[in-house]
Design a protein around this ligand. Sequence first.
Ligand SMILES: *Cc1c(COP(=O)(O)O)cnc(C)c1O
Length: 369
Amino acid sequence: MAEPIPLAKPLLGEAEEQAVLDVLRSGQLSLGPRVPAFEEAFAAAVEAEHASAVSSGTAGLQLALRAVGVTDGDEVVTSPLSFVASANVCVMERAKPVFADIDPVTLTLDPDAAAAAVTDRTTAIMPIHIFGYPTAMIELEALGLPIVEDACEALGARYADGSLVGGRGHPAVFGFYANKQMTTGEGGMVTTADPSVKARIDSERNQGRAPDMDWLDHDRLGFNFRLSDIACAIGLAQLSRLDEMNAGRTRVSELYYEGLAGVEGLSLPCSDQGSERRGWFVFVVQLPDGVDRDTTIRSLSERGIQSKPYLPAIHLMAYYREQFGHREGEFPVCEKVAAQSVALPFFAEMTTGQVERVCAALREILGQT
Ligand SMILES: *Cc1c(COP(=O)(O)O)cnc(C)c1O
């Protein structure tokens, strides 16, 4: 069998190795100079005022919800088509995630559905820029509620007004797990225009300490959601090649569009609408109606190609069914997408030959060579 093609693969090299060695040799592995250096470089990269480095995207979402005031008994309107972390953090903060259906083209939170889900207990809206596509923020902002953006898949994306995702002022959260546009192993970043949001997140990620306090003084409750200097050093090295990596992903997406053009019933990621720009993270296709997804994934796997159902609808997961009484049929657009969507191998260094192999295999499995 030909060389297996993985779903994702980080681009790491000598710059990252050297950066890690430098931190190890410096002796300062945490709370050192790489943390503010990475924060400042990241804020500049997405044209945000401030950034706070945290231990994961999930940790960043939780701290951002707290920073905009979400608390016990509140409701947060969000999308059911997301990685489960975005809903989980609401529950962790004792708030209720209230799902609203998605737009059938962009697959992001539908602003009309979001508006209809708002009640007098809604204290925030959490749009998910799913598969790197920016949510219709201007419409959501018109609802006049605090917003926390889940931008974990959308580094490099642009909103309808042409500005970069993360630079709109609301807390926006990015993730640096190894399959994301850039990685620090584990890690995350929250951007914001509000210095008081940054101050609160910086304190709560660090056991509730104020910046001028001694080691064992704490003026509020906090977590250990810090990001180490080792991770921040990798992040700095990754940032300096972000344009190169994003260009690689864009190139791979174009090869996929070419290779899968005209396959009947197969739905490809939507192209950019107006001035919106996708930040390429994954290449997710929706299989034709009536095609069994699990069989398709197995057939790809037999040909050495890794793929994955991506993503399952959150409201239909066991915990959310049991805890909140969710059932099939509540969010039909999301459920249809979730049932037929498959992520194909996608990474910056993917070769033309590899993309061609995936496209040929998928065409063969669907009987459309
Ligand atoms: C990756 C991801 C997260 C969580 O990020 P971690 O760094 O793995 O905690 C949250 N939301 C979405 C949409 C993601 O893709």
